[in-house]
Design a protein around this ligand. Structure first.
Ligand code: AKG
Length: 320
């Protein structure tokens, strides 16, 4: 097995590290700090120019309150009417946990949500659903954002692949564990139904082993690089989170959110290197990766398939 040489537990994707970090959100010094963490700035009626000048060019996260309030999805979507429109569409539920992940249809998923509610069972979460490859008719309800026009993936991969967004649909209590997004892309997350509590930390946050090997949570909590903040995203709100900020999400009610990403040209070189690195690793070393990255492997393959699909790439040919 490969040597795990990433010392920062917040960046590791093996199950032990994921569990340690998640546990720190429930008890101990980090959990104590969460309640008093400062709120992320919220702005209403921000113009695109103000957004660029005050936030994007400075790498400052912000919630754009009500920025997507007039989207048809925000005004009309419910779990039931989505189920009617996507009854037979295949989806992978709880894809972020290799032990819980399973394939079903969207209609059956919504039936399960209703059965599950109040039963005491673990909440269900359909994470990172690339709906445009399987349910493209939903896209018109989530129009492109003018503040996302800087997304350089248009030039790199073409229009279709750069608008290959993901839906996150789940039940009260569902959690997406702390992570940084891959490929150095900015997060622009639009909340459609329900509310989500976000905790974020700056790209420099580190949870390193202490002298006895135990995680150095006190150091994480006191370091100025941690920059822990919290906020609730409500229907119509859009979050801008610059590349490499850590984020953890908890569903306060049944929730639907749209995760769309933007590549800032400033991060182009590192983005391309990470993409090529991932594809080479998948092509040349899949067996080892499946063991060392059990929680991530299938998600990464699903992402690569969605990208190939949106770029019209024929996977049976070596030269396109
Ligand atoms: O909403 C969630 O549970 C996770 C969203 C996320 O990680 C993202 O949009 O990058």
């Amino acid at each position: 097995m490969a040597v795990q040489n990433e010392r920062n537990l917040l960046k590791r994707r093996d199950i032990d590290a994921l569990k340690t970090v998640e546990a720190a959100f429930h008890s101990g010094p980090l959990a104590d700090l969460l309640a008093s963490a400062p709120e992320l700035e919220r702005r209403r009626d921000l113009t695109r120019e103000e957004f660029e000048r005050e936030y994007r060019f400075n790498g400052r996260p912000v919630v754009l309150e009500g920025y997507a309030a007039d989207w048809p999805s925000v005004r009309q979507w419910t779990f039931r009417n989505l189920a009617e429109r996507c009854a037979d569409v295949p989806v992978v539920v709880d894809s972020y946990s290799s032990a819980a992940a399973r394939t079903t249809t969207f209609g059956a998923f919504v039936d399960l949500l209703e059965e599950n509610a109040g039963s005491g069972a673990d909440p269900l979460y359909l994470q990172e659903w690339y709906y445009q490859t399987t349910a493209p008719h939903l896209a018109a309800d989530m129009p492109e954002l003018d503040i996302a026009q800087y997304d350089f993936r248009r030039d790199l991969y073409g229009e279709a692949a750069s608008t290959n967004h993901q839906l996150w649909i789940g039940q009260q209590g569902g959690i997406t564990r702390l992570h940084q997004d891959a490929y150095s892309v900015d997060v622009m997350h639009a909340q459609i139904v329900g509310e989500k509590l976000w905790h974020i930390m700056g790209p420099g946050a580190e949870l390193l082993p202490g002298p006895g090997g135990e995680p150095g949570l006190d150091a994480l909590c006191t370091s100025p690089d941690t920059r822990l903040m919290r906020f609730v995203l409500r229907p119509g709100d859009v979050l801008y989170l610059p590349a490499l900020w850590f984020h953890r999400i908890e569903l306060l009610g049944d929730s639907i959110g749209l995760g769309r990403k933007c590549l800032d040209e400033a991060n182009l070189r590192v983005h391309v290197r990470q993409r090529i690195g991932e594809l080479l690793a998948l092509a040349l070393n899949p067996d080892e990766l499946r063991v060392t990255h059990s929680e991530l492997f299938d998600v990464v393959v699903a992402r690569a398939r969605a990208l190939a699909d949106r770029m019209d790439i024929d996977l049976s040919r070596l030269r396109q």
